[in-house]
Design a protein around this ligand. Structure first.
Ligand SMILES: NC(=O)c1ccc[n+]([C@@H]2O[C@H](COP(=O)([O-])OP(=O)(O)OC[C@H]3O[C@@H](n4cnc5c(N)ncnc54)[C@H](O)[C@@H]3O)[C@@H](O)[C@H]2O)c1
Ligand SMILES: O=C(O)C(=O)C[C@@H](O)[C@H](O)[C@H](O)COP(=O)(O)O
Ligand SMILES: [Zn+2]
Length: 373
């Protein structure tokens, strides 16, 4: 697993290191309360004359000024670009706005980008950082549960295409992740629940004991108990760092983080981005992927019952929208895991262990028919 390094005393969780093969690209994830006000977390950031904070119209009024104050002592110039909110804006237009902003200010190649927001802002800021002048540093400041447990870590950056989710992007690691858990206080309940989907994911793919822990502590998580949330964020980041550290560019192992996503991304794209949240689609997608694991003979039927029960208890949808089997198959044919035209699914092989399999269309159709409204 990843090595933990000493953290300033104000962090409630020791920093977690993401060990990328080239040490100079490894970085720390800081998780705790009051980090937005804690000077220690913001020391030793990449040096530059200028910083650009990328946020959206919902998050900026809540946290932008505090972040600007943190950065003002380190960067002579701190600008911001505020994008429209929503998954439907994870597109070329928003990406262009970031790049336009950088060019309009003649930003140099040391300029540091700060992604202040959820996964949508994080994915787009990271992508802009990857392509502006062929790469400038960026820092993730995740403010949703989903972003703190998953999207801010690991360097997958992207925008969506109408035909497929995250289809245009790059692997590009942040210089640091600073997850102030106090920002979750303002998160709407539906978004908290969406984040729980990615937390639940880590259990069946990598840590059976964590799955037990989530089941036992689900009510505390839903009630926003701080210590339960801190453990969920910490354990999720440890697992993600451990996976990414072994397979940064998804040549094999990293695909386990895609459990539930083949069906989930089809739901998001099929409905048009934004109707179902990413976490909701992944939650439902895990029900279908669990059923596929059972129908392939890898897991007993009780596994599906257990996963569906937990996902439903969390408040996530367990019935998929009725898009039609043919449409689902068409959507899933546009997936980055596919090879040679074969749709490949992440399946559970044993509790805490996942793998990747193809499946006959007829079996996938059975799964879809069993769980679609
Ligand atoms: N790169 C990765 O590894 C990775 C992993 C998982 C998900 N993702 C991507 O992340 C995106 C989903 O991220 P998300 O669930 O964070 O959605 P999001 O970024 O759309 O944020 C959810 C909503 O919460 C609002 N918000 C954010 N922080 C807030 C706060 N503290 N208080 C109040 N409101 C707040 C946002 O404005 C938005 O309306 C998807 O595009 C998904 O594909 C990427
Ligand atoms: O980090 C990863 O790897 C993941 O798969 C994490 C997923 O939760 C996330 O939704 C990711 O963006 C999906 O990646 P994609 O390659 O299927 O677009
Ligand atoms: Zn995801």
């Amino acid at each position: 697993m990843s090595s933990a390094v000493a953290a300033p005393a104000s962090h409630s969780v020791p920093a977690i290191r993401v060990p990328i093969a080239l040490e100079e690209r490894s970085y720390d994830i800081l998780i705790g309360s009051t980090l937005l006000d804690d000077a220690a977390s913001w020391q030793d950031l990449p040096r530059a004359a200028a910083a650009l904070i990328v946020s959206n119209e919902t998050v900026a009024p809540l946290y932008l000024e505090r972040l600007r104050q943190r950065l003002a002592s380190q960067y002579a110039r701190v600008d911001s670009v505020i994008l429209p909110d929503g998954e439907q804006h994870k597109d070329w237009d928003s990406l262009n706005r970031i790049v336009d902003h950088l060019l309009a200010r003649a930003a140099d190649r040391k300029t540091v980008l700060f992604a202040l927001g959820g996964g949508v802002i994080g994915d787009m800021t990271g992508f802009a950082a990857a392509i502006y002048m062929r790469g400038v540093p960026f820092v993730q400041v995740p403010t949703t549960l989903l972003a703190q447990v998953d999207s801010s870590v690991g360097g997958k950056t992207a925008i969506n295409h109408p035909r497929g989710k995250n289809m245009i992007g790059a692997f590009y690691q942040p210089a640091r992740v600073i997850a102030d858990m106090d920002t979750l206080d303002t998160l709407p309940p539906r978004e908290l629940v969406a984040g729980l989907a990615e937390v639940i994911k880590y259990g069946p793919i990598a840590d059976a004991a964590f799955l037990d822990w989530i089941e036992t502590n689900l009510d505390a998580l839903l009630a926003r108990d701080k210590s339960a949330l801190a453990h969920a964020v910490k354990r999720s980041c440890e697992i993600k760092a451990w996976v990414v550290g072994q397979d940064e560019r998804e040549t094999g192992l990293r695909a386990i983080l895609n459990f539930g996503h083949t069906f989930g991304h089809a739901i998001e794209t099929g409905l048009g981005y934004g109707e179902w949240l990413h976490g909701e689609a992944v939650g439902c997608g895990m029900v279908l992927a669990s059923d596929l694991s059972v129908r392939l003979g890898l897991m007993p039927p009780e596994f599906l019952t257990r996963m569906r029960g937990l996902i439903q208890r969390a408040g996530l949808p367990v019935r998929a929208p009725r898009l039609g089997v043919e449409r689902y198959l068409e959507l899933m044919r546009v997936d980055k895991k596919n090879e040679g035209g074969e749709i490949r699914f992440v399946v559970i092989e044993a509790l805490g262990r996942a793998g990747m399999r193809g499946a006959p269309d007829t079996l996938v159709a059975e799964v879809l028919n069993a769980h679609c409204d």
